[in-house]
Every structure is written in structure tokens, then in C-alpha cells.
Ligand binder design. Sequence first.
Ligand code: ZN
Length: 373
Amino acid sequence: MEKTMIAARLHALHQPMSLDRIPVPKPRPTDVLVEVRACGIVPNMANVINNWPSWFPHQPIPKFPAIFGLDPAGVVAEVGEAVINVKPGDRVYVSPLRSCGSCKACRSGHRSHCRYFTLNGYFSTSRDGQRIFDLYPYGGFSQYMTAPEYALVNLPDNLSFLQAGRFGYLGTSYGALKNANAGPGQVALIDGITGTLGVASTVLGLAMGLSRILGTGRNEELLQRVKALAPDRIEIMSLGEKSSSEWAKSLTGGEGVDFAISALGAKAPAATMVDSMKGVRRGGRVVNVGGVAEDLPIDVKWLMDEQIQLIGSNWFTAAQGQEMAEMVRTGTLDLSYLEHKIFPLERVNEAISGLTDRDGGFSNYVVVPPSVA
Ligand SMILES: [Zn+2]
């Protein structure tokens, strides 16, 4: 008899997802089958999915009925015949980054530069992304999913599936810090420090040895919670209180920070980001992992004179995911700040409705499929 599983599927835009019983897939030779134990979500995911085709018509979502779910973690249940380094029983995070595997970028190890860049269970930046969705139609809102072995991050025993469900945001922050050349002795400015990427960047930056982190945000209570993560190494300021560049320079002897990470929301004015950019020292870097409401007016002569680099950063490599897992294993990276908000799969529509309370970047929203054991 064919083995079946429960998956939450979206049959049409603006409809709730329905729990459907469908066959458990067989992994292809270089793929694995993962039993999903947890899948991290953004709480307003339903709104994002329903509006995606009109907001970003050049970035396709999977055809219906679609199984979404971006950040899954679980246990390898089965491996394809050509899989060498993975075995059943392995605890893994499944990075949703899918790419063609054979273009110049992929062969250089830069899968996120591939023109087929697709986030499994979410959307593709490629017009041809449906081809990838056809190959990997199973997202994390399912009891099982298939995944290529290159996408797996091995999880140590002290890293829970719930924590691993946050790896997408943690990894995006880690990728940004790597692009900033973050390291010991440096001072960083993080705009939007109370949000998901902001708090993750802070915790990772501390683990990577940054001397000081200056952060701006709007919610005073959340700013205080961020400060409490490492009171001696974190300085906070409410956005709008004063110029963030002047503030950053005043705390660095007039020189400016080594790099800034911009994790602002889509409604933030461009002027907020430009102000923070001016708080970076000569030769410093500005790494953007957010988006502001309008195009940036940038003085390119200043950019040239000061030799500032402005870098767009998106996602991270599975190898970087493994580095984070290793930092957790050794105790360098402390993820105990995450407050898990757990939803069983049958409440997936509620979980992604955006109606839940948010404690900024401290809340970790996770959907948990029914156990198959
Ligand atoms: Zn490629």
C-alpha cells in the first residue's frame, strides 16, 4: 500500500490552506526524504503569499495546489541511491535555497547568485523558477519533504528543531555579517535592531567577537531587551531621537563604525538608511538585508571619497548554516533568547494570519506537523 502523509496545501489565493492527504514522495538519487519536525514562519506569511503575485509579478510562487513552508528542520527518513554523506536518522535543517547546480555561479559555490535562485516553499527570483518548484514541490508545511543533499545542515544534539526553524533569519543575518567582514574588535551599527534580522544580527555579532554593537529601533521596551543581551557591549537609541550617524560617530571618537547592517522595514524612509550610512568610517561597509520605502538618494562622490561599500545581501550558504550549527554546538552562539510560539499544522492558517502578538525579533513562530512515529 502506498504510504501517505498530511500536508497543508494552498489551492487558490485568498483561500485558507487545507490539510490534504497525499502520497509520501520517493527521493530521487541525489535527494533525501526528510520527516519535518518544525518549520519556521513569518507570522504575516498569508498576506505575503496572497499579495506576492501583484507585488512582485516577476518572482513566481509555486503553482497550486502548493505546499509552502520556508524553514524546515527534521530527521532524514530515506536517502537516494547516489547520496553519500547523509544517512537516515540524521538531524538536519533544510535550507530552502535551490539553484540549477551547473551555471558558473553554482559551480563557483555561489548558489545564491544563480539565475534560478529559488526559495523552496516560498517564491523564486527567477522567471523560470517553476522548473525548480516542479522538482521540489514539498515545503515545510508537510510531514515529509524531499531535498537535495547540498541543502542540508547537520544539527548538533543541543540545537533543537524549534531553534533550527529560525535558521533562515539567523543565516540571513550571518550572511550579512560575513559580507561585512565582521570580526573581533569591530564596532557595528544595526538599523532595525529589535526586528527578527536585527536581534539575530546582534546575537551572531556578539558570538563573532564584535566589541560593540550600536542599534536603533522604534520600540523602547524591545530596545531595552536587546540591550539586556549584553549590556556592556550594546548601545541603543530610539530612531528619530537624533541623527544615527552623529550618534554613531559620537560613540566612536568621531571615526564612525566599521560597518552598518540595514535591516529596516518596507515602510522606513530612505533618509533613515542614508543617515546611518554616514555613520560608517572611511573604508567601511554598509550591508543591506532590508528594504526601505523608496529609492536611496546617495552622494556617490562621498561614497568614492570615503571608499564606502554598499552591499546587498540575501540568504546564506549551507556551509554558513553549518558554521552557525557549530557555534551552537560549542556554546559560542546562544539561541536561548528565542521564545517559541508553536502551532500544530492543523492551525497553520491561524499561524500565518498575522493576528498573533509579536515581541519583535525575540518571538520564534514555528509550525509543527503531526508526528509520524
Ligand atoms: Zn546555477
